[in-house]
Design a protein around this ligand. Structure first.
Ligand SMILES: [Cu+2]
Length: 164
């Protein structure tokens, strides 16, 4: 057999391996795909059901329920680059609450899907501050959505919108 013929046959075998679907299988795959799509829609609806109330400005007390509150801020002026978001949480008697799980998703409302960070966990500092780096990758409208969980349950959702 010539080298060219061998290459041709190998190509055919590879093609057959790459496209193993009969029309019937293709049909059932399409059906599966549709189911996945429905699932994604349901998830999107659940996402929409989560309401992120606008939080007061940085430095102000933000009530988070049960007379507890948080105060959030940033390590520098909000501008392009990485800024550290800091959240201090206090119990009604003014003591730090370090028992919480805090997450934040940052992104641009006008560019949904372009650069959302997804929910990222804040890390607790030695001082008991919750810290998270936020990457501001372009100028425009930004939103940080904060979720606070206690014992695995969401107790607070808040949003901060700003322009860079
Ligand atoms: Cu953008």
């Amino acid at each position: 057999m010539t080298r060219g013929k061998t290459t041709f046959i190998i190509s055919l075998i590879l093609l057959a391996l790459a496209f193993p679907y009969s029309p019937l299988q293709a049909g059932s795959n399409e059906h599966e795909g549709h189911q996945h799509h429905m699932k994604a829609d349901a998830a999107a609806e659940t996402g929409q059901a989560s309401v992120f109330a606008a939080m007061p400005k940085p430095g102000k007390k933000v009530p988070i329920g049960n007379d507890s509150y948080l105060i959030y801020g940033f390590d520098k002026q909000l501008k392009m680059g990485t800024v550290i978001m800091k959240v201090d949480v206090y119990t009604p008697d003014g003591k730090r609450d370090t028992s919480l799980e805090i997450l934040a998703d940052s992104g641009m409302p006008s560019m949904r899907g372009a650069h959302e960070s997804g929910d990222q966990p804040f890390k607790l500092s030695r001082k008991g501050e919750y810290l998270l780096p936020v990457n501001i990758v372009m100028p425009g409208d930004w939103e940080i959505r904060v979720t606070i969980k206690k014992d695995g349950k969401v107790i607070f959702r808040g949003s901060y919108k700003f322009d860079v």
